[in-house]
Write a protein that binds this ligand. Structure first.
Ligand SMILES: [Zn+2]
Length: 292
């Protein structure tokens, strides 16, 4: 409206909002000033998680985790709406699974991260909830560092924030905690016990197919990268691990540990300086000490 005066009524004494989705644009602008708050972008998947868990496990956990971290430290962290769908081709034999082609996924997540950099944020963290997203997420954050002037982006799969705790409280042996397992079921029992059908939970711990290949969320991977189509090797449950050992109390401990460590990483990541790039090539202006 012509001649309309904008009256600023914002009250800066309020503590800042934690979630981008609840902000107005002036609030989002404030959150991006001076390099901005650390953006946590939850990256999930819609994927079968056995007969006992809903298909939204990976989304549910990372959204809760990012929001909890931002709500504790809204001065430091901004939680963004999630990437709901992931790279899931290996599980398409199971109903309820949705996949995005890997190059589309990389480009799409990059575009989301790049938008935050264009709006002023210089620290982005992908908080991933789905194993097969880990590789493309690592490529996305490399692109942000390589292709933007001052954006630093990092990616973490959330279970890696709780390795030390898992070593203390896990009951399933190494190699038996991978999918819809003790760990993921414990998380869901903590978040929403009514949605977990424990009467349908089954243990399904597969033998190693070779002595060089295995996956355990908390115990790392074998030296050889190899992921087969899941419908070829699953015993039909879609589970890899033993959800019967899951408890809500373990889930509560994992949640607390991961929020604490995620905030600690954000503190350290925000404190990292963005150093100037150098060009020591024949075309560059930076002095080469070996020429002197
Ligand atoms: Zn999962």
């Amino acid at each position: 409206m012509c001649g309309h005066e904008i009256t600023m009524t914002a009250n800066d004494t309020h503590s800042p909002k934690a979630l981008l989705e609840t902000m107005t644009w002036p609030e989002a602008r404030r959150a991006a000033l001076d390099g901005g708050r650390v953006v946590l972008l939850p990256v999930g998947a819609i994927e079968q998680h056995g007969p006992h868990l809903p298909v939204d496990v990976d989304n549910r956990i990372v959204v809760w985790l990012c929001n909890a971290a931002a709500e504790r430290r809204p001065d430091l962290i901004l939680s963004a709406p999630p990437i709901h769908y992931g790279f899931n081709e290996h599980n398409m034999g199971f109903p309820g699974t949705i996949t995005v082609a890997i190059q589309h996924f990389i480009d799409y997540v990059f575009d989301v991260c790049h938008s935050f950099v264009r709006q002023g944020h210089t620290r982005i963290v992908l908080v991933n909830g789905h194993g097969s997203n880990a590789m493309p997420c690592a490529l996305v954050v490399r692109r942000i560092v390589n292709e933007t002037a001052d954006g630093l982006a990092a990616a973490i799969s959330h279970w890696n924030l709780a390795r030390d705790l898992a070593a203390q409280i896990r009951e399933t042996p190494i190699g038996g905690m991978a999918h819809a397992c003790e760990y993921e079921t414990s998380w869901y029992l903590f978040l929403d016990p009514a949605a977990v059908q424990m009467d349908l939970a089954v243990a399904d711990v597969m033998a190693r197919r070779t002595s060089f290949t295995w996956v355990d969320l908390m115990g790392g991977e074998g030296p050889v990268a190899f992921t087969d189509d899941w419908s070829r090797i699953s015993n039909g449950s879609g589970v890899e691990g033993d959800p019967l050992t899951a408890t809500a109390e373990k889930g509560r401990q994992y949640a607390e540990e991961e929020v604490t460590n995620l905030i600690r990483f954000c503190e350290e990541f925000k404190a990292l300086p963005t150093l100037p790039r150098r060009d020591y090539t024949a075309r560059g202006q930076d002095p080469n000490p070996y020429n002197q």
